[in-house]
Design a protein around this ligand. Structure first.
Ligand SMILES: Nc1ncnc2c1ncn2[C@@H]1O[C@H](COP(=O)(O)OP(=O)(O)OP(=O)(O)O)[C@@H](O)[C@H]1O
Ligand SMILES: [Mg+2]
Length: 241
């Protein structure tokens, strides 16, 4: 089976600092993969490389078998890769629905079509009931869900989620996990950066671990948390799954 996304020997240097160092992994369609590692490990840089926000110093990003690493973010988005950002910034003067519509304008100029897609995206994340609310009335979990709805409105095949559950209480994070599972069941492929191991163990079928820009482990969550290199560099010797 061809992977939906394949990252091959991906490398990104910033003036001598190698933020991503010869990283390779692939994502099967309809699965949830977690990208983990300590602060500064290169996770967000990896997302930026896949999403076209950065060009790699070396290596390739193949999406549906096609090299895409020299494409700008708008083109990558139109191909079917959407992302959320580590810091959520909804547009304050627009309603929740209008914010979600922004994503749809990546593929249509028809307002009615965009509205209908945005509403459907809000439904998928459980936010349709607040479609006409102003974004400054939203709680943090709802703002995170809106960010996801905006990404879903672009009609992605692959969704990149950067710490979408950061700052949420366990019950709120569990709600997001439920939404992610449903999205994956409907065929969406998800790559998520997540620091809370309990969530990673719960939601991901595969885990890729970065440390100082390099991949140090990859596998099923239960394998990865027992890996000596992962315990030493990230989880700490006292970690018990
Ligand atoms: N545009 C940039 N210019 C220079 N250095 C950068 C740039 N972006 C990232 N870096 C550096 O690259 C390294 C990897 O950063 P990155 O943001 O990818 O880490 P991360 O794994 O997402 O960390 P965190 O868990 O803190 O979000 C860090 O040392 C960071 O300072
Ligand atoms: Mg980051």
């Amino acid at each position: 089976m061809t992977a939906l996304l394949e990252v091959r020997n991906l490398t990104k240097s910033f003036q001598g600092l190698v933020a991503v160092n010869d990283v390779s992994f692939s994502l099967e369609a309809g699965r949830i993969t977690a990208l983990i590692g300590p602060n500064g490990a290169g996770k967000t840089t990896c997302f930026n490389l896949v999403a076209g926000a950065l060009s790699p110093t070396a290596g390739q990003v193949l999406f549906e078998g096609r090299a895409i690493e020299r494409n700008p973010p708008e083109a990558v988005c139109r191909m079917g890769i959407a992302r959320t950002f580590q810091i959520v910034r909804p547009m304050k003067d627009m309603s929740v629905l209008e914010n979600a519509m922004v994503g749809a304008f990546s593929w249509t100029t028809n307002v009615k079509e965009a509205r209908s897609k945005a509403y459907e995206s809000l439904e998928r994340v459980g936010l349709a009931g607040k479609a006409s609310a102003r974004t400054d009335q939203l709680t943090l979990p709802d703002r995170k869900m809106l960010e996801m709805a905006k990404a879903l409105s672009t009609r992605p095949k692959l969704l990149l989620l950067d710490e979408v559950m950061a700052g949420l209480r366990p019950t709120e994070a569990a709600g997001v996990v439920g939404v992610l599972r449903k999205l994956a069941e409907h065929g969406l492929t998800i790559l998520l950066v997540e620091h809370v191991m309990r969530i990673v163990m719960d939601v991901a079928s595969t885990v890729v671990v970065l440390h100082h820009g390099a991949k140090i482990a990859e596998g099923e969550p239960s394998q990865v948390v027992a890996d000596p290199a992962v315990l030493e560099s990230y989880l700490g010797a006292g970690f018990h799954a």
